[in-house]
Design a protein around this ligand. Structure first.
Ligand code: ANZ
Length: 853
C-alpha cells in the first residue's frame, strides 16, 4: 500500500493549481498605496506543437521574480496572452480548409493547459489574444493614429495630421495637390517600390525578416519585385529610438544590435560639379577628410542622373548593366566578398578641392536608397573603392598616413587599403593635421564655399507594413475610385476579417482577401465607389502593444485607460529570447513613442529592464529539432517528475542568459533534492509534520547557515542568479537533513525560500508545517541579520619569519592586537619565538599573522 507521506507531486500540483485558480490568488488590481511591479513575458505563438522547453525557462524566471516581489510587498502585474496571427495556422487552413480561428483556438487551449500545468502566477483575467476582434480593433485603431499623424521634425514628435501646415503653393495647385502633400507626410503611407518578395510564402517581407537573402521563416528565396505597399515611417524616429536606449537597463549586446540596425552615420554632403552639364552630383561621405584622394565617382545604377550624363558611346553597356543590377537585392549588392563590377558613363566630374577631372562610373555596390545614392570614391581609404580601382585601373592616391610606420609602408606600396585615422598627406593646406581636425576644417571650408554641409544618415529604412496574407489584421482603409485613401472612422472598428473560401496566397501577389467578393466593394456616403484594402498587417503588429492591453483588457471604450497606464507603466522587467533584439523590440518601442507623442502614454520607453534567457539545447548539445529527434517534451517531464522539478531544473542548469544543454540526470538530481526536502518536513508514515521537526531553538550553526541562506537567495534572485540560489538552498536543506532535531523556524524559512522556485511543494509543506495563512503568495519574505550571518571563527595561518608554524581559529573581525595575542598564545608559536626578540608583527585580517624576530 502507498505510504501516506509520499511526495505525490501530481496530486499536490493539481491541488494548488486549482486553489490559485479558484481563489484568483494572482489577480492584480491597482493599489495606489503599494509600489507596483510589472513583470512581462514575451507571449508565445500558439503553435500546434505546444510548448517547448525554452518557454518554461523564461516563464519560470519571470515567475520566480513575480512571486519574490509580491512577498516583498509589491503589487505585481504578471499577465499572459497569445500572439496568434501568423503563417502556420494559415498554411494549415490552405491544406485542410479548417478556418485559422479554429486551429488557433485549439492550439491556445492546449498551450494554456500546458502553461497552467507549470503553476505560473499569471493573472488569467488579463489574458489577451491578438486575433480576437476586441483586441485587433485597437491594433487597427493604433494604425489609424499612424495614418492620421505626421512627424514634426522641429519638435521631434508626431502630431495630428489636421495640424499639418500646407504651403500656399500647394493649396493653390488644387485639391489633388493638397491630398498628395498630406499623404506624403502621414506616418502610415503607401509606396510603390522594389520589395522583398518571397514566392514560396506568397508574401512580401520586411528587411528585418530577410536574413542572408532568404526568408527568416523557412529559409525560402527572396527576390526583388516592384509592388505597392503600406509603410510605417519609423525613420522619423531614428534619433528618438537611439536616445531612448540611454535610459533603459538592457544588455550591452541588445543595445548595440539596435544601434547598429538604426546605423547613424555622421559626415558631410559634398557637391561635385559635372563637366559639361549644369547638374551637380551630391555625395554623402563619412570621410570628408579624404576629399583630396577622390579619384572617381560612382552613381547607383538607378540614380536619376545616369541616363542624362551617359555619353552616346557608353549608352548600350550602361543600359545593360542597369538591367542586371535591377535583379539583385540590396543584400547581394553589398556582399563584400563579391567581385566589383561597373560601367563608365563617359562623363567627368570636378573635385571641388583641387579642380581635378575625375571619371563618373555606375556600380551596384552603391545603393540608391542610402545617402544620396552617389559616392566620391577614395580607393586608398575605402576597401570597396580599393578593389574597384584595382579592377579597373583607376588612380589610388594616399591622403591619410597611418601613424604606425609598418602600416604606413604597406599603405604606401598599395598593398593595403588603410581605412583608419591618421595624418593628412597630399592634401594641400591640411597636410600634417590629424583626421578629426581635417574633417572639421574641410566641412567648414565646404560650407564657406557653398559646396557642402554637415550631414547625418541612417541605415534604418521605413517599415514595410503590409502582407499578402489572410490571417492578419485587415487595414481600416478604403480606396475610393478617384484614388483617395480614406481611413475608416474609429466608430467603424473593428473591421472584421471576412470569411473566404480559399486562403491560398497567389503567385502574382494578389492577396487572398480578394476572394471575399461581398466584402471588398463599398459605396461611400457621398456616392463614390470604393474598395477595401486587401493586404493585411504583418504578424509584428499585434505584439507591438500587447503589454498595454494587459493593463485594461476589457476596456471597450479605449485601448487602455489613462489612469491604468499611469499606475502600471513602464514594464519593470521584460524577459524573453534575444532573437527579438531588433524586430519586436524596435517596433514596439516605435509604437510606444507614437502613443506617447499623441498623449496616450506618460512614459517614453516601454521596457525598463530587459533580460534575455539563453537557448536550451538537446542532450547532444545541438539545437532541439524534430529531425534530430532530440526534443524534450515538457508534458512528459511534468507527468514523470512534476512541474516543480521541471521549474527548478531549468533554473539550476546554469546562468539564465547562457546557452546550455538539457540533461536527464541533472533533472533527476533536482528531483531527488525535492524528495529530500519533502522527507525533512514530512513523516513518511503519517503524511503529517515529521516527528524530527519541533519548536526547538536553532543551534548556532543552523542559525548562521539560515541567515546566510536567506541573504544569498535574496541577492541571487535580485541578480537573476537562480542557479546559485538553488545551490545554497541545497546546502541548507542538506544541513537540516543531518540534524537529529530540526528547528521548525528554520524549516519554515527554508520552505518560504523555496516557494518562488517550486511553489506547489512549498505551499503543501507550509500547510503541513502549520504555517499561517492559506497560501504563501503574500507571506512576507524572511529577513536576515548581517550579524547572525557572520562566520564566528575562521582559520588563519601563523608564521614566524614567513614560515607557517601553526593554524588557529579566530573571529574574522578580530583586530591586530587580538590577532597578535591569539598567535602568541599558540604553543607551537611560542616555542618558535622563545628567546628571540620580536621585531614586528604583521596581521592580515581574517588571513594570517606573521611574526618577525
Ligand atoms: C568617401 C569615403 C572615403 C568613404 C573613405 C569611406 C571611407 P556608413 O558608415 O555606412 O554610413 N557610401 C555613401 N553612400 C553610399 C551608398 N548609397 N551606397 C554605398 N556606399 C555609400 O558609410 C558611409 C560611406 O559609405 C560613405 O563615406 C561612402 O564612402 C559610402 F576613406 O565616402 B565614403
Amino acid at each position: 500500500m502507498e505510504k501516506p507521506g509520499r511526495y505525490n507531486f501530481n496530486q499536490i500540483e493539481k491541488k494548488w493549481q486549482e486553489f490559485w485558480d479558484k481563489n484568483k490568488t494572482f489577480k492584480a488590481e491597482m493599489q495606489p498605496e503599494k509600489p507596483k511591479y510589472y513583470v512581462l513575458d514575451m507571449f508565445p505563438y500558439p503553435s500546434g506543437q505546444g510548448l517547448h522547453v525554452g518557454h518554461p525557462e523564461g516563464y519560470t524566471a519571470s515567475d520566480i521574480f513575480s512571486r519574490y516581489k509580491r512577498m516583498n510587498g509589491f503589487n505585481v502585474l504578471h499577465p499572459m496572452g497569445w500572439d496568434a496571427f501568423g503563417l502556420p495556422a494559415e498554411q494549415y487552413a490552405v491544406q485542410t480548409g479548417t478556418h485559422p480561428s479554429e486551429t488557433t483556438k485549439a492550439n491556445v487551449d492546449n498551450m494554456r493547459r500546458q502553461i497552467k500545468g507549470l503553476g505560473f502566477s499569471y493573472d488569467w483575467d488579463r489574458e489577451v489574444n491578438t486575433t480576437d476582434p476586441n483586441y485587433y480593433k485597437w491594433t487597427q485603431w493604433i494604425f489609424l493614429k499612424f495614418f492620421n499623424s505626421f512627424f514634426d521634425r522641429e519638435q521631434q514628435k508626431a502630431r495630428p495630421i489636421e495640424e499639418l501646415e500646407i504651403p500656399d503653393s500647394v493649396k493653390q495647385a488644387g485639391k489633388d495637390a493638397v491630398r498628395e502633400y498630406v499623404d506624403s507626410r502621414r506616418l502610415a503611407y503607401e509606396h510603390e517600390a522594389p520589395v522583398n518578395w518571397c514566392p514560396e510564402l506568397g508574401t512580401v517581407l520586411a528587411n528585418e525578416e530577410v536574413v542572408n537573402g532568404v526568408s527568416e521563416r523557412g529559409g525560402h528565396p527572396v527576390i526583388r519585385k516592384p509592388m505597392r505597399q503600406w509603410m510605417l515611417r519609423i525613420t522619423e524616429y531614428a534619433d528618438r529610438l537611439l536616445q531612448g536606449l540611454d535610459g533603459v537597463d538592457w544588455s550591452y549586446s541588445i543595445k548595440k544590435l539596435q544601434q547598429d540596425w538604426i546605423g547613424k552615420s555622421i559626415g558631410a554632403e559634398v557637391d561635385f560639379r559635372l563637366d559639361g552639364f549644369d547638374d551637380v552630383i551630391s555625395v554623402f561621405t563619412t570621410r570628408p577628410d579624404t576629399l583630396f584622394g577622390a579619384t572617381y565617382m560612382v552613381l547607383a545604377p538607378e540614380h536619376p542622373l545616369v541616363d542624362k550624363i551617359t555619353s552616346e558611346e557608353h549608352k548600350e553597356s550602361v543600359a545593360e548593366y542597369k538591367q542586371q543590377a535591377a535583379m539583385k537585392s540590396d543584400l547581394d549588392r553589398t556582399d563584400l566578398a563579391k567581385e566589383k563590377t561597373g560601367q563608365f558613363t563617359g562623363a567627368y566630374a570636378v573635385n571641388p578641392v583641387n579642380g581635378e577631372r575625375i571619371p563618373v562610373w555606375i556600380s551596384d555596390y552603391v545603393l540608391l536608397s542610402y545617402g544620396t545614392g552617389a559616392i566620391m570614391a577614395v580607393p586608398a581609404h575605402d576597401s570597396r573603392d580599393f578593389e574597384f580601382a584595382k579592377q579597373f585601373g583607376i588612380d589610388i592616391i594616399q591622403v591619410v598616413k597611418p601613424e604606425d610606420p609598418e602600416l604606413a609602408a604597406k599603405a604606401q606600396a598599395e598593398e593595403i587599403c588603410f581605412d583608419g585615422e591618421g595624418i593628412a598627406v597630399n592634401s594641400a593646406q591640411f597636410n600634417g593635421k590629424k583626421t578629426p581636425e581635417v574633417k572639421e576644417e574641410i566641412i567648414s571650408w565646404l560650407e564657406e564655399q557653398g559646396l557642402g554641409k554637415k550631414a547625418v544618415n541612417y541605415k534604418l529604412r521605413d517599415w514595410l507594413f503590409s502582407r499578402q496574407r489572410y490571417w492578419g489584421e485587415p487595414f481600416p482603409i478604403l480606396h475610393a475610385e478617384d484614388g483617395e485613401r480614406i481611413a475608416l472612422d474609429e466608430s467603424e472598428l473593428p473591421l472584421m476579417l471576412p470569411e473566404v473560401e480559399d486562403y491560398k496566397p497567389t503567385q502574382n501577389g494578389a492577396p487572398p482577401l480578394g476572394n471575399a467578393k461581398d466584402w471588398i466593394e463599398v459605396v461611400l456616403p457621398d456616392g463614390r465607389k470604393a474598395r477595401r484594402e486587401l493586404n493585411t498587417m504583418p504578424q509584428w503588429a499585434g505584439s507591438c502593444w500587447y503589454y498595454l492591453r494587459y493593463l485594461d483588457p476589457q476596456n471597450s471604450e479605449e485601448p487602455f485607460s489613462r489612469e491604468k497606464q499611469k499606475y502600471w507603466l513602464p514594464v519593470d522587467l521584460y524577459i524573453g529570447g534575444a532573437e527579438h533584439a531588433v524586430l519586436h523590440l524596435l517596433y514596439s518601442r516605435f509604437w510606444h513613442n507614437l502613443l506617447y507623442d499623441l498623449g496616450y502614454l506618460d512614459y517614453p520607453e516601454p521596457f525598463q529592464k530587459l533580460v534575455n534567457q539563453g537557448m536550451i539545447l538537446g542532450e547532444d548539445g545541438q539545437k532541439m529539432s524534430k529531425s534530430r529527434g532530440n526534443v524534450i517534451n515538457p508534458d512528459m517531464v511534468i507527468s514523470q517528475y512534476g512541474a516543480d522539478s521541471m521549474r527548478l531544473y531549468e533554473m539550476f542548469m546554469g546562468p539564465l542568459e547562457a546557452t546550455k544543454p538539457w540533461s536527464m540526470s541533472g533533472l533527476e538530481g533536482v528531483h531527488r533534492f525535492l524528495q529530500k526536502f519533502w522527507r525533512v518536513v514530512v513523516s513518511e508514515n503519517t503524511g503529517k509534520l515529521s516527528e524530527t521537526v519541533s519548536d526547538v531553538p536553532p543551534d548556532e550553526q543552523t542559525e548562521r547557515l539560515m541567515h546566510q541562506t536567506i541573504r544569498k537567495v535574496s541577492s541571487d534572485i535580485d541578480s537573476f542568479a537562480f542557479n546559485t540560489a538553488i545551490s545554497q538552498m541545497m546546502i541548507f536543506v542538506n544541513h537540516l537533513a543531518k540534524l537529529k532535531f530540526k528547528p521548525l523556524s528554520a524549516v519554515k524559512n527554508a520552505v518560504i525560500l523555496l516557494y518562488p522556485f517550486a511553489p506547489h511543494i512549498a505551499e503543501e509543506l507550509w500547510q503541513i508545517c502549520g504555517g499561517e495563512g492559506d497560501t504563501l503568495a503574500y507571506h512576507s519574505w524572511p529577513e536576515y541579520s548581517e550579524e547572525l550571518a557572520k562566520e564566528k571563527e575562521v582559520e588563519i595561518a601563523v608564521q614566524v619569519k614567513g614560515k607557517i608554524k601553526d593554524r588557529i581559529m579566530i573571529n574574522p573581525e578580530a583586530g591586530e592586537d587580538q590577532m597578535r595575542e591569539a598567535a602568541l598564545s599558540s604553543e607551537k608559536v611560542s616555542k618558535a619565538v622563545e628567546g628571540k626578540q620580536i621585531r614586528k608583527v604583521i596581521a592580515v585580517k581574517g588571513r594570517l599573522v606573521n611574526i618577525i624576530t
